[in-house]
Design a protein around this ligand. Structure first.
Ligand SMILES: [Zn+2]
Length: 290
């Protein structure tokens, strides 16, 4: 561990069937009947974080929190920042602003009810806050959110204009800090490499060198992963090829890469990485609230 800059470690707590755009194969109406695997898999990640004494920002899906309150309490008790991944794992591009606000509030009610703290950070499923769904940042700011981490700063159409490093976004309801996915410029494109499928595809040395380069320039990296990437025997639902690729391809390579990164770099929550002041604990019921 030679680099001193703090990087952000984030975990999106969702189960194996929370895959976007597959309602035909894994319909919402069937979720309750599927095997609940998120619990043990999240504990695997929490164990690893504990071993390296890293506090992370954990974006919990409201649906999971409602089904497994103890899991949220364990995450919170371990000192991690409990944030929201929305309630139903719907992409922002599929929702109206009203639907987005309702989904957000439903998740916040469950999460803050369990932790006794306000929820101030959000991550959209599939990095679905684009320039055309930027209204979501206005909604987040109006709901008291301070940090968003839902953008992928690619250079192509639909993504242009998203700066590739943490930045403040002003909205009519106040400002919010956006921490986009970490990318490295490669020819004409900004390529992600620090989480999910991109992390699985990239050789470890490339990821390590990329983060070192960014840190040398004073830019913190954002690492992200999911509990299902730590499942030793993941279910293989019959999905379309593109979705299967996104979820299954090289999935067994994730734990070793995450472990190597945790041993190599300094990590903290989004708030710590951004240098935001720590929130007062237990403000709910003490005359506070959002
Ligand atoms: Zn997700």
């Amino acid at each position: 561990m030679t680099d001193e800059l703090l990087n952000a470690f984030t975990l999106d707590v969702e189960d194996w069937y929370h895959v976007c755009a597959v309602d035909q194969w894994l319909p919402r109406s069937e979720w309750d009947s599927y095997e609940h695997r998120v619990n043990r898999n999240t504990d695997r990640v929490l164990g690893l974080l504990d071993r390296f004494r890293v506090r992370a920002t954990v974006f919990v899906l409201g649906y999971v929190a409602e089904r497994d309150p103890e899991l949220v309490r364990r995450i919170h008790a371990a000192g991690h920042e409990v944030a929201t991944h929305g309630y139903e794992h719907r992409r922002v591009i599929e929702m109206t602003p009203e639907e987005f606000r309702a989904d957000l509030r439903r998740s916040v009610d469950v999460l803050s009810g369990l932790t006794g703290e306000p929820v101030t950070a959000y991550r959209a499923p599939e990095w679905s806050i684009l320039p055309r769904t930027r209204w979501a940042l206005d909604v987040l700011a109006s709901e008291g959110f301070e940090v968003d981490s839902s953008t992928m700063p690619l250079t192509g159409y639909g993504h242009r204009a998203i700066p590739p490093r943490p930045h403040v976004v002003d909205t009519p309801h106040g400002s919010i800090v956006e921490f986009p996915a970490t990318t490295m410029r490669c020819l004409w494109e900004n390529l992600p490499f620090t989480g999910g499928l991109p992390l699985r595809l990239a050789p470890y040395w490339y990821v390590d060198a990329g983060i070192r380069t960014l840190n040398r320039r004073g830019v913190p990296a954002l690492v992200y992963t999911h509990p299902w990437e730590f499942d030793p025997d993941p279910p293989r639902p019959p999905l379309p090829l593109s979705r299967r690729f996104l979820h299954d391809f090289l999935v067994r390579t994730t734990p070793a890469k995450i472990e190597a990164l945790l041993g190599r770099f300094r990590f903290g929550t989004l708030r710590e990485t951004l240098g935001l002041p720590a929130r007062a604990r237990s403000v709910v019921g003490a005359g506070g609230g959002r």
